[in-house]
Design a protein around this ligand. Structure first.
Ligand code: TXA
Ligand code: MG
Length: 407
């Protein structure tokens, strides 16, 4: 294939990949790399020391298992059939991926879908990867850079998102640098991640099969696949269609949180109610909001309603494309009723209107507003029921906001 050919030519990219692969094989410091969903913090999934390095660098709780990344079905096959087996191993048929996953793999791999598989006996996976579960999560990323790196390393790579634990996931190399510089030695820069939210995690080992984490592949697309017509939603984030308690261990932790307080408005909130809520916050000295940020997705014209005469002061692009300008403008002091306070600024970022661009820009927008030291970020939600990336977007936002802050 083209990417194997490219490996043999000594391009700057192939040298960087070789260097990263060498580190992954020999060092216990993880390596950050781009994927189509978010940047990953990778380690050789078969070495305990290297997997422990991920938890250390991210300061991630060790009971939150990691996703394994493979470059091919052959690599997954080797993982399911480790060479160290019972003496009768030659007579036992090879372990294959359960049939339920075939329709999903055909349609979505390589891509933003993680499947749960039983960890075979004699597994080569370091125990830290699965954090004591009898199963493991695995996906084949579509990012060519990610697959080239796995191929060059010739090991399955364990990789959570490459943010500091609790922070929004990174969708650029700069985000990774911001969170992890001084803690890791190498970041492969592949530009902005296209999808912008993590993979969808599905469990086909139970009946009916379940979605453990909403993500880059929408529930409607999964429902179209053979065996997945009755898939249930097994994550809990305050959305209405929850039937079960959280089953993906990672879902219970504080997640995706900028420094600023996040107030998420469900898409059903009336625009007048939103304006009233924001203005009340601005007048309320107990909350003491000085600088605020707004993330608009569809219908809000909130910034202009709050400060009708304000001029657009400057514009910043938080991510290369297709996010639109982040604009800032002063909030008139009389609006806030507190003349002694420092200059109040509102920052407004538009990441809509379609869910793909909202997903793509969401984490970058939260991070950009955090860098501007805003005290509160107001976000315009989108309807979960759209069946596509909307559920993943709202899931991340509900976690960023925390249940008690939702408006
Ligand atoms: O898009 C992605 O999936 C990114 C990129 C880097 O590939 N990776 C990622 O990994 O999001 P991480 O570690 O941040 O998320 C892992 C999620 C957690 O919610 C965890 O609980 C769940 O997958 N998970 C992992 N192994 C599992 C298992 N055996 N059973 C149930 N859930 C599992
Ligand atoms: Mg993560």
């Amino acid at each position: 294939e083209w990417w194997k050919q490219e490996r043999n030519q000594q391009t700057p990219e192939s040298k960087a990949i070789e260097e990263a692969a060498e580190l992954l094989r020999s060092s216990d410091l993880p390596v950050a790399f781009p994927t189509e969903t978010v940047y990953g913090l990778g380690a050789d999934a078969t070495r305990s020391g290297s997997v422990q390095g991920i938890y250390r660098a991210k300061q991630r709780p060790s009971d939150n298992p990691l996703i394994i990344h493979v470059d091919s079905l052959e690599m997954l096959d080797r993982l399911l059939n480790p060479s160290v087996q019972s003496p009768h191993s030659t007579k036992t048929p090879p372990i294959t991926v359960p049939a339920i996953y075939k329709s999903l793999i055909d349609r979505f791999w390589p891509g933003a879908l993680t499947i749960i598989l039983p960890n075979p006996s004699g597994s080569e996976l370091a125990p830290e990867v699965t954090s004591k579960l009898t199963t493991f999560g695995v996906r084949m990323p579509s990012s060519p850079l990610a697959r080239l790196l796995i191929h060059a390393t010739d090991r399955p790579l364990a990789a959570p998102s490459a943010n500091a634990s609790t922070k929004p996931s990174p969708t650029t190399a700069q985000h990774v640098y911001h969170d992890l510089h001084g803690r890791i030695d190498l970041i492969l820069d592949g530009g902005a991640s296209g999808v912008g939210v993590e993979s969808t995690v599905v469990d086909g080992l139970c009946d009916p099969p379940a979605i453990l984490r909403p993500g880059g592949i929408g529930i409607d697309e999964i429902r179209q696949c053979a065996g997945w017509e009755n898939v249930t939603v097994a994550y809990k984030d305050g959305s209405l269609d929850v039937k079960e308690i959280p089953r993906a261990p990672g879902m219970k932790y504080r997640h995706y949180s900028p420094k600023a307080r996040v107030v998420l408005f469900e898409p059903t909130s009336s625009p007048a109610g939103v304006v009233k809520h924001v203005q009340k916050d601005l007048h309320d000295s107990a909350i003491g909001a000085h600088n605020i940020g707004m993330i608009r997705t569809r219908n809000w014209k909130l910034g202009l309603e709050l400060a009708p005469e304000a001029e657009i002061a400057n514009s910043i692009k938080p991510i290369d494309a297709p996010i639109e300008d982040l604009i800032s403008f002063p909030i008139p002091v009389q609006e806030t009723g507190n003349p002694s306070a420092r200059t109040k600024m509102a920052y407004d970022v538009y990441i809509g209107p379609d869910t793909a661009s909202i997903a793509h820009g969401l984490f970058a927008a939260l991070r950009a507003l955090d860098d501007l030291d805003v005290d509160v970020i107001y976000v315009e939600g989108v309807p979960d029921s759209e069946g596509d990336l909307a559920a993943a977007v709202m899931n991340r936002l509900r976690k960023a906001a925390g249940a008690e802050l939702r408006a």
